[in-house]
Design a protein around this ligand. Structure first.
Ligand code: RIB
Length: 308
């Protein structure tokens, strides 16, 4: 498979299981507290590496025990850490509530992610053998700009949501918002095909080459302005949806980097995301290519049976 460069954040996730989300001013008892590797950049790099792409993560972590923990977890998943910088700032942290339905709420302290050096990123992207660069919005906008070099295909996962200047949008190969980010970016509603077409058209007019909207359990929508696809996700019982979007983005980027046809890449990515929702944690819930392909096969078999 072809190489992929992921530029982004790395966090330690402190995950509290709660029966429901607390109301303002309320104190609630959690049933458990677990520590997981996370951060959208690190998660997406892990998902891509597990999908089989030779993946390098360009990120900043602290010179602390959390940084060591992340390095161990990422190398166990096959991520190349040669572009990871250690800075004298604490490693990024996320506090995550997961409720009984598997939904989450996340609060982040950027820490080292906030000091990832844009000049280093620019140099790294310029020297990288990867044609595809995957980046998110847990790093500064200057870092995102540093990825936009001629000849590179930049995939932006616009998470967490922030307004994006037209000058960045116009240089993107692909943008992958979820429904909330899509509404924030375009003012359109992802619940109908008309809304998806309208919002995607708006982004294409800004100069984005291709648009994918992730639709949770409904799968995803893709368009390049001429063709479009709606790809269903295999149905699963969700335990924790944290990181499902990262599983999707990492798996998708791995497939695109390896020149897979878009429909094949989307089917693999939605299956990787569905599978991740069946396990606790973000990166910790990502599975190998083989396990994702097994889920795709069993989803195909059950839809065949439903047709008989
Ligand atoms: O997308 C999930 C991730 O968001 C978590 O791992 C957390 O660290 C936050 O970055």
């Amino acid at each position: 498979m072809n190489p992929l460069l992921v530029v982004g954040s790395a966090n330690v996730d402190y995950v509290l299981r709660v029966p429901r989300f607390p109301a303002p001013g309320e104190t609630l008892a959690a049933s458990s507290l677990r520590t997981f590797p996370g951060g959208k950049g690190a998660n997406q790099a892990a998902a891509a590496a597990l999908a089989g792409a030779p993946t390098t993560l360009c990120a900043a972590i602290g010179q602390d025990a959390s940084g060591e923990f992340l390095m161990t977890q990422l190398s166990a998943r096959g991520v190349d850490l040669s572009l990871l910088t250690r800075v004298p700032t604490e490693t990024g942290t996320a506090v995550i509530y997961v409720d009984d339905t598997g939904e989450n709420q996340i609060v982040i302290a950027a820490g080292a992610n906030g000091v990832l050096d844009p000049a280093f990123v620019r140099e790294t992207v310029a020297e990288s053998h990867a044609d595809f660069i995957l980046v998110q919005l847990e790093v500064s906008q200057v870092v995102v700009r540093s990825c936009l070099l001629d000849g590179k295909k930049v995939i932006l996962n616009p998470a967490p949501f922030r307004p994006i200047p037209g000058e960045i949008l116009s240089q993107l190969f692909l943008i992958t918002p979820n429904e909330t980010e899509f509404a924030g970016l375009t003012g359109s509603d992802a619940s109908s095909i008309q809304g998806l077409r309208q919002g995607a058209g708006f982004l294409r007019e800004k100069g984005v080459n291709q648009v994918i909207v992730t639709l949770g359990a409904r799968g995803c929508f893709w368009t390049d302005g001429v063709n479009e696809l709606l790809v269903e996700a295999p149905q699963v019982q969700p335990v924790d949806t944290t990181g499902a979007g990262d599983a999707f983005n990492g798996a998708l980027a791995a497939e695109l980097a390896s020149e897979k046809a878009i429909e094949e890449a989307l089917r693999f990515a939605v299956a990787a995301a569905s599978l991740s929702a069946t396990q606790p944690g973000a990166m910790a819930s990502f599975r190998s290519r083989e396990e994702v392909e097994n889920l795709m096969r069993s989803a195909l078999n059950s839809s065949d049976q439903a047709l008989r």
